[in-house]
Ligand binder design. Sequence first.
Ligand code: CP3
Length: 346
Amino acid sequence: MSSVTSKPLFLRAAAGESTERPPIWLMRQAGRILPQYRALRQKFPDFKAFVKTPEAAAEATIQPVDELQVDAAIIFSDILVIPEAMGLDYEMIEAKGPKFPKTIENQGDIDILRSGTEAAANLEYVYQALRITKKELNGRVPLIGFAGAPWTILAYMVEGGGSKTFSKARRMLYAEPQQAHALLQKITDTTIAYLKQQVAAGADLIQLFDSWAGELAPAHYQAFAMPYLRQICDALPEVPKTIFAKGAWFALEDIGQSSCQVVGLDWNTSPAFAREKVGPQKVLQGNLDPCTLYADAKTIREETLRMIGAFQGKHIVNLGHGVYPDTPLDGVRVFVDTVKGMRYER
Ligand code: CP3
């Protein structure tokens, strides 16, 4: 239906244009929900080796487009490639998650980190994966590039992994605020250089994942997260930007004033509340509870249509967080097909 010259549905929606239906993609769609992903993953000794093989990363990126017919692809990589490029190595431990053998504890640890273009030069494998994907997609759907938001990256670098409380990272903001700002600025400089190269390699839209946004007090989000998100968005005028700040309903007004086009929502935030906070211009993305997809087909259809109704347009359909790896593929299919089969009433 769409010709090579017409702007794809996903990018029209991201630009705030009115569309015949909302586009749909899923956070974490390039991953373990797909049997073909699990098969490809088997060929590598670990997750990092997979991420660093551009041909394989491109294949994983395209798998959900082939299998589910989603309206956008997201490059297969991870937010933790940034700390590694800056000089802080991580391990991805099977069935557990990321672990940093060494963490950031003091100013000296921050001083020795690489940053900006020097750090971003270590991520050539991501740019190559984007170029290959772009070529293989051949205009079928737009390609989303991404990075972690500076606060979330700081949290991993200071905690050394996931955490129940993030008390080490939050403590740094109170006890050593200058160190926190120095680290956030280095992460930001690296992220900007990295994302500029992603755009040069073919990314059509950039999403910033602030997975641990909800851990911060509102004033801390304003002081330690927003200024860096603004710097990144302002540095990338060539493409639309999406800010997904999970749990940060309290920051929606500030995010609404940033230069991003799209605001991602978790399932705890109602579309009406978000619209009131961000104002009329922004496009909203989300926000079905990922657990909906474990329900029967009828329930998934009803919940999906109810959600779309609540957004009232200017909407990109997604889940409120990444799809859980054990989600039945049939549930995912019902979700995607429901959206692709509906039309807005005019
Ligand atoms: O969305 C996509 O399909 C693109 C690929 C993608 C991955 N990670 C692949 C991945 C994206 C966009 C991410 C982002 C990411 N990574 C975030 C932000 C989004 C969110 O979920 O809040 C975060 C916090 C990470 C860090 C991370 N990576 C963790 C905590 C884990 C372990 C937990 C888990 O899901 O297994 C990862 C590993 C990871 N990243 C996997 C995938 C497909 C699973 C590892 C595997 O296949 O062996």
